[in-house]
Write a protein that binds this ligand. Sequence first.
Ligand SMILES: Cc1ncc(COP(=O)(O)O)c(C=O)c1O
Length: 446
Amino acid sequence: MQKRERDQLVRDAVKHVIPHFASWEMIDRQPKVFVRGEGCYLFDIDGNRYLDTFASLLTTICGHHQREVDQAIRDQLDQLEFFPNYVDTFTVPLVHLARKLAQITPGELSATFFVNSGSEANETALKMARQYHLERGERQRWKVFFRRYSYHGTTLGGSSVTGLQWFREYFEPLLPGCIASYSTRCQLCELGLRHPDCELACLQLMEKQMEWEGPETISALIMDPIPGSNIGFPVPPDGYLQGVRSLCDKFGILLIFDEVQTGFGKTGKMFACEHWGVTPDILCIGKGFTGGYIPLGATVTTEKVYSVFRRPGHELRSGSTYGGHTLACAATLANIEVIERNRLPERAGELGKVLRAKLEALRETHRLVGQVSGIGLLQALFLNVDPGRKVGSFIRDFCWQNGLILRNNGDILVFAPALIITEAELEQIVGTLDRALSAAEKQLAT
Ligand SMILES: Cc1ncc(COP(=O)(O)O)c(C=O)c1O
C-alpha cells in the first residue's frame, strides 16, 4: 500500500470509526490497523508481525486462516449464504450445529437458541428463565442473582447482571430485580477469609441473601464458572460449583453458566464446568465458539426447559434476524471439528501447565511479579505495584513494540493464546515479557 493511501486510512479510522471500549490515550499514540492473519500471528498495515497472546479477544482459538474453516465457508457460499431461522424455517448447517452442540455440551443440554454475540446469549438466557417460570405459573419469579466482579455483556440486560462498576455506572438505573451476590475471588476474598477455613462462606451468604429476597421471586442465577480476564481468571474452590447447583435446585432457580470466555477448550476441557462435573440449566457461549470467523453466539438449554416452549401459544418470545446465520453456522461447525479432531482441549490443558510454570518462574527474577492465577491456557499474572504507576500499561506497550500483542487490565496481565500455539511460541511470549519486566523495573528505579 502506498504511504499516502496508508496515512489516509489511518486518518479515516480515527475520524469515522467509533471503536468498542475505545482508549483515546492509546489511539492518540498510534492506532493499529491489521491486514492479515496466519496461525497465531497478525500483520499490520506497516508489515509488522505480532504474536497474539490473547487470540483476537479470546476468539481465534484455532488460529487465523484455518484451512478447513475457510473451505467450509466457501462450500456453504456455493449453496446458500443466508436464510433466517425464523418462525418455522431452518437451514442445514444450523441443524447440524445444534445437533453437534447437543453432543458436546455436558449433561442434559440439548436445545439451542442461536444469537449473534455473547451478550445476546446472556440476554436471551435471562429472558428464557423469566418466561420459563411464567409459563409454569410462577410469574412472580422475575429477579436474577449475579456475582460481583463478573462480566456478562454490554447490553442493558448484560450490564444489569455485570458485577463491575465501570460497565454499570453510566447507565444506571439498570434493570430492577438484579441482585449482586458474592464472588469467588479467593486470592482477594471480599470477606477477608481463606479457603478452606472459610467453609465457603460466600455460598452460605448467597443462600441467606436468596432467603431474604424470597426464593419464590428468583428466576435465575447467572454466573461464570471461572470469572474472566477482567479479574484474572480466579478458579473457584472445589465444592463451590456443586454447592451453587444444590442451592438452585433447592429453591427452583435456574442456573445459567456464562461460558462465553471459558468455553471450547481453553481451560483444558471443552467447557469449564466439566472440571467439577456440574451442568447448568442454561449454557451461554460465544467468542471461541466460531473461531473468530463470523459472529455467532448461543443459548443452550435442556429438554426440561425447552419442552415448556415447544407448545403452540407458549413459544419463547425472542428472536433476531441474523441469529443462527447460515454461513456462521457452517464456519462454527468446521471450527468445532478442528477443535475435536486435534484434541485441542487436552492440548490447552498440557500447554497451560507449561505457560503457568514459565510465568511463575519469572517471580524468581522479577520482584514485580505477584501471583499467577488461571487454568489451562487462561492465565493471569498480577503485578506487585502501586496502581498509580501504570506498570501494566508500560509492559503492554513494550510488548506491542516488540512484536507481541499483550492484554492488560490495569496491573493484571492476561494470557489466552490460540489453542494451536506451540511451546516455542510460549517461550517467545515469556521471553518478551521477561525483557518487558526488566525494562519496567529499570524505569521504576529512575
Ligand atoms: C464472560 C463473558 N460474557 C459475555 C461476554 C459478551 O460477549 P460479546 O462481547 O460477544 O457480546 C463476554 C465478552 O467479553 C465475556 O467475556
